[in-house]
Design a protein around this ligand. Structure first.
Ligand code: ZN
Length: 311
């Protein structure tokens, strides 16, 4: 029986491929630029197949050596039927039966999943969430997402769209959000908004978030205040999660989490102060461990969970 898994993490800017062994180590990897395939679905599918093929060949493996292939995709994914319903940042993708297409090509069991869920699975089994039965993994980036592990199982929701943490309203009268709602959490902590804020604060159009991290390290008061304000928004949004789900652990991942040093203490303080006593006492807030590899490693968990105890 196959010992290896192929993980494919499809993002809006690049696609990462990795060959993963049973203990969650990446043995080989490759990547593709996503933008060259915009609006050309067929070309992208062919490129995905070619890359998977070369990854398997690079280690001189055969189909029988591969337990399964797992995809993480940024959008609405029907993981049960194996259909990509919609990818908002990869134009041209609507109702694509990706699971069947890939499975037919390689004769290897193939599974597809929302990208944040895949990251959550990776962190849960091999990263910061090891050993936890009730946890949430949030990703802070251009968008704000979350994956939920409840009672030792990934919780997907009825329509496979649970975990939209970024669209929990923080403000009844807040700014319009691209989800069609307003005052959403993402409107306050999404990368786009954070960048806009720092450009205003520092009066520099070229400034990036890592620059503000650097300034905070130097003790710059404006930078420290900016990260503190961001942490206040995150903490306030997480109070609802803590009270509702009573998780043991919340993992913070994504690009913005690189600033965990300046975010963590305030987030923790707000939860301890404002969440309900029992829940607040139990929950631990930590930084993600696997970084950019979480999705590829999560594919191994997805395949293993889907194939179940048969292997
Ligand atoms: Zn929204």
């Amino acid at each position: 029986m196959g010992h290896y898994t192929v993980g494919v993490d499809v993002g809006g800017t690049n696609i990462k491929f990795g060959l993963v062994n049973r203990s969650g180590s990446i043995l080989a990897r490759t990547s593709l630029d996503t933008k060259q395939f915009h609006r050309n679905k067929k070309k992208l599918i062919n490129a995905l197949i070619e890359e998977i093929n070369s990854l398997i060949n690079s280690k001189k493996l055969k189909s029988k050596d591969i337990l399964g292939i797992g995809f993480g995709l940024p959008g609405l994914i029907d993981s049960k039927k194996g259909i990509v319903n919609f990818l908002p940042n990869v134009p041209g993708w609507k109702n694509v039966p990706l699971k069947n297409i890939v499975q037919k090509k390689f004769h290897i069991p193939t599974f597809i999943e929302n990208d944040v869920n895949l990251i959550t699975l990776g962190e849960w089994q091999f990263g910061a969430g090891k050993g936890y039965q009730n946890m949430m993994c949030m990703t802070l980036g251009t968008g704000v997402g979350a994956g939920l592990v409840l009672n030792n199982t990934l919780y997907r929701g009825e329509g496979f769209v649970a975990g939209e943490l970024g669209h929990m309203p923080l403000n009844e009268k807040g700014p319009n959000c691209n989800c069609g709602g307003w005052g959403c959490f993402e409107c306050y902590v999404g990368n786009g908004l954070l960048l806009k804020q720092v450009r205003k604060i520092f009066k520099r159009d070229s400034i990036q978030l890592p620059d503000v991290f650097y300034l905070a390290q130097q003790g710059n008061v404006c930078a420290l205040r900016f990260w503190n304000d961001t942490a206040v928004h995150i903490g306030n949004a997480l109070i609802g999660v803590v009270n509702l789900l009573n998780p043991r652990l919340i993992i913070i991942g994504g690009g913005v989490s690189n600033n965990y040093r300046f975010l963590g203490p305030t987030i923790n303080a707000i939860i301890k102060k404002r969440a309900m006593k029992v829940q607040a006492k139990m929950v631990k807030i930590v930084r993600a461990k696997l970084g950019d590899n979480a999705g590829i490693i999560g594919a191994q968990v997805l395949v293993k969970e889907a194939i179940g105890g048969r292997h």
